[in-house]
Design a protein around this ligand. Structure first.
Ligand code: NAD
Length: 353
């Protein structure tokens, strides 16, 4: 294997990353280390009880619970949360990408430090990237100001993630790593992180599906989540992410499920042009990239067809048209006809050839 590389900039910001079942109980100690006095806890409405438990355990270091985090990080919610944060000197986000997105959006505007406890595998905690929505338009920005300072991966928190969401969220994380392997600005470190992340999920996801309460397997998969998130922080994404952003942004399809369905198809689209870069992926998934990923997803009970998410077949022409506009760099040229066929295949849930 060739390991020499003339030079690259990994550019990771200093982040403290800890793993362990029950590590949420050390939020107070983390605050003490950083000389923080008053933490505002953030969750979605569905996870308010997890937030409440952490807030109560903080005692006098607890400021309040704000439990209105929601998908796509609307600016109005960020502004309401900032009003409620008066007197807080740090943010404690407990949740998936939506809650972490709220913490990032608040940090961007206030410079409040963030301690985050991820409860899905989406990986936002490991990136300096924020997607937020104003007047129905989603914008994505990259700033060191939004990168959380402390990440506490508590296996007991992710163990409550329902099995179906566990599977789609894991595939969402794997999609970051797979696209990173053929990214235009990939480097030797991003390649190693990506392969490690894919391996962790290929072994760990079947284990957490078989036993969602297996905390060792949950811990392993959370490590995979950090690996795949750290890769997303480093390199640009390609066709797969463009397709998912189009389907999510213009047709309101759910984030993780859309990634899970599209991954075998987008990887298959690029399989020939990125054959060398994806060789280890093919090896992990039984000899082929697209069909291998499809069989892996099917074996875990993942949704396989866009029609299951409520997308109408009549929307596919529009989706193909939008997906080829302002395309991201991709190893294989983006052709509208081929993308339309890819979308048809994903809509029907057919196994890629
Ligand atoms: P999410 O945060 O939207 O969560 C989905 C639902 O699952 C919510 O109702 C949530 O409360 C619930 N949930 C989460 N964890 C749970 C648990 N352990 N137990 C029970 N319920 C739980 O889902 P997500 O897929 O993590 O995040 C998606 C969002 O994150 C998207 O908006 C996406 O754009 C963003 N994202 C951003 C980045 C980035 O780097 N900026 C990276 C990945 C994803």
């Amino acid at each position: 294997m060739q390991t020499f590389h003339a030079g690259f900039e990994p550019g990771y910001p200093p982040v403290r990353v800890c793993f362990g079942a029950g590590i949420r109980h050390s939020v107070g100690a983390e605050m003490e280390t950083l000389a923080l006095q008053s933490g505002m806890v953030l969750t979605t409405p569905e996870q308010a009880s997890q937030g409440d438990a952490v807030l109560s355990a903080l005692g006098s270091r607890g400021h309040s619970l704000f439990s209105r985090a929601t998908m796509h990080t609307p600016v109005e919610i960020t502004e309401a949360a900032l009003k409620a944060a008066v007197g807080a000197d740090c943010l404690i986000a407990i949740g998936g990408g939506s809650t972490i997105g709220l913490a990032k959006a608040m940090a961007l505007r206030s410079d409040l430090p963030q301690i985050v406890l991820p409860t899905t595998y989406a990986g936002s905690e490991a990136t300096p990237v924020l997607g937020q929505t104003a007047n129905g338009v989603k914008e994505t920005l990259r700033s060191p100001k939004v990168q959380p300072q402390v990440i506490l991966y508590d296996a007991e928190l992710v163990a409550t993630l329902p099995v179906r969401m566990t599977v789609t969220s894991g595939l969402n994380a794997m999609a970051h790593a797979i696209e990173a392997l053929y990214s235009q600005d990939r480097n030797p470190l991003s390649n190693q992180l990506a392969i490690a992340g894919i391996r962790v999920f290929s072994e760990g996801l079947p284990r957490v599906v078989a036993d969602p309460g297996d905390l060792e397997a949950r811990k392993e998969t959370q490590f995979g989540s950090w690996l795949c998130g750290a890769v997303l922080a480093q390199v640009g994404m390609a066709l797969h992410h463009k397709l998912c952003h189009t389907l999510g942004g213009s047709f309101n399809l759910p984030h993780a499920q859309t990634h899970a369905i599209m991954l075998p198809h987008s990887a298959s689209y690029n399989a020939k042009e990125a054959e060398a870069e994806l060789a280890q992926v093919a090896e992990i998934f039984g000899g082929s990239v697209g069909p291998g990923l499809y069989d892996f997803a099917a074996s875990l009970g993942a949704p396989l067809a866009l029609k299951e998410l409520g997308l109408a077949e009549s929307d596919l022409d529009k989706a193909a048209e939008l997906a080829v506009k302002n395309p991201y760099w991709n190893p294989r040229p983006i052709e509208q006809g081929a993308i339309r066929e890819l979308l048809q295949q994903a809509w029907e849930g057919r196994r890629p050839a």
